[in-house]
Design a protein around this ligand. Structure first.
Ligand code: HEC
Length: 104
């Protein structure tokens, strides 16, 4: 095994780890529609009634991830949102966060 091979392998591992952690916006958009988030948070996360349903478009992805995980874990609770977060996987959350944070 030469050095070039080792560096190339390391580069591939780094890139694929980044992709896995970054989430995928198109998959996030599909999940946003399929999981009926749109029913409360509005098209692309732009709420028509932000006093009740927060605007989630354009917020930091890391913040969105944290909030969805908090609802799922029960450390943040809301009768409307808690059941919605209960079924989300880590991948769903990463994808949704990337999609929503890119909305303006
Ligand atoms: C039945 C209505 C409803 C649905 C459907 C719903 N949510 Fe929510 N969501 C809420 C409410 C209400 C809050 C605010 C809760 C609170 O004040 O603590 C909220 C809060 C959030 C927050 C935190 C926002 C912030 O600024 O802190 C995120 C992120 C979120 N929802 C994402 C989603 C996603 C993703 C989906 C789809 C899987 C979804 N929600 C589906 C009602 C809903």
């Amino acid at each position: 095994m030469n050095l070039q091979f080792i560096f190339a392998t390391m580069a591939i591992v780094c890139v694929s780890t980044q992709v896995a952690m970054a989430g995928d916006s198109a998959t996030g958009e599909r999940a946003y529609l399929a999981k009926a988030c749109i029913g409360c948070h509005g098209p692309a996360g732009k709420s028509a009634n932000p006093d009740i349903y927060p605007n989630i478009a354009g917020k930091e992805a890391a913040y969105l991830v944290e909030q969805m995980k908090a609802f799922r874990a029960g450390t943040r609770a809301n009768p409307l949102m808690t059941p919605m977060a209960a079924g989300l996987t880590d991948d769903d959350i990463a994808n949704l966060a990337v999609y929503l944070s890119a909305q303006k």
